[in-house]
Design a protein around this ligand. Sequence first.
Ligand SMILES: Nc1ncnc2c1ncn2[C@@H]1O[C@H](COP(=O)(O)OP(=O)(O)OP(=O)(O)O)[C@@H](O)[C@H]1O
Ligand SMILES: [Mg+2]
Length: 348
Amino acid sequence: MLSLLEGRRIVVCAGAGGVGKTTTAAAIAMGMAERGLKVAVVTIDPAKRLADSLGLEELGNEPRRVEGDFEGELWALMLDSKRTFDALIERLAPDAATRDEVLANRIYQQLSSAVAGSQEFTAIAKLYELDQDGDFDLLVLDTPPSRNALDFLDAPGRLSGFFSGRAIKMFLRPTGLLGRGTGVVFGLLERLTGVDLLHDLSVFFRALGGMIDGFTERARRVGALLSDPATTFLIVTAPRHDPVEEAIFFHRKLVDAEMPFGGLVVNRLHTVDSPDGAADLEAALGGDLAGRVATSAHELAALAAREAASLELLRTELGDPPTIVIPELDGDVHDVEGLALMREYLFG
Ligand SMILES: Nc1ncnc2c1ncn2[C@@H]1O[C@H](COP(=O)(O)OP(=O)(O)OP(=O)(O)O)[C@@H](O)[C@H]1O
Ligand SMILES: [Mg+2]
């Protein structure tokens, strides 16, 4: 891990859902804090008990310091997408009046919840913000549990695509949607619902219109940050068929997008000691129980063999990259002790 992180300021832990991205990200951050760096980990929907043990509260979109015996400092934050999106508006708005107008706008509130809900964009927006602030030696980014890890790579492009797209331009044209006929419809709606939708819409698009260039530029810089040589992507995976397929696909996309792939973390590998000694089992446990134990041992051996084959396939497909293997641990990793165990495997 230390050689993978040499000279890096940003580590992105990506991979399929449920493979251990969040715990890996937290354990990496912990390991580097112990080595004297000031590290922040940006977690996304951590399991409640892990969040509790890191002292993360529901609200609070800013890093908090984690108590512990670190030579450096460990900070953690739980991504709050809506707040990150609002912070982006605050930074891009040309003046306080526009900012307030947008933040108070009902259309914005609905849209930002929907867009922010996808998390991919806000995760990197937050990363960018922290990088700009420059308070940390190392930023470790967990990625959202999207079904397809690629959404994460596409997010900046999609957002700037939306803001520079035809739909929004049409709204911005003076005669666009807000022509006379529609005015009548909106007027009727207002009488029926008491909501001045037309006003909300026009404020929304007028105010946001002035920020399109800012958004596009921001998306471009976020893309540049992800491709920077000081950034590295670790692909976290479990040694099973589906996550391995996804890891192979994601790796290909990373290479195509010229983003810096650092290495593999293969999590939750099952291993078995050689399953001999059936005779001893029978002597110790008696026929019936010994038989059942032997069956489980065989099943475990078969699982371990399948996983070893998946791992082999993955390493071959990715051209034998640096690989760290973490075994299946006893019980969930939900507290600082659990993280410390993960960290042992990650840092050797
Ligand atoms: N090596 C391990 N041994 C045992 N349990 C593990 C191991 N690694 C992770 N876990 C457990 O697996 C679960 C999923 O881990 P985690 O939340 O880190 O995955 P994730 O990739 O972030 O998931 P999501 O895609 O939902 O965000 C957690 O309950 C965690 O404690
Ligand atoms: Mg997670």
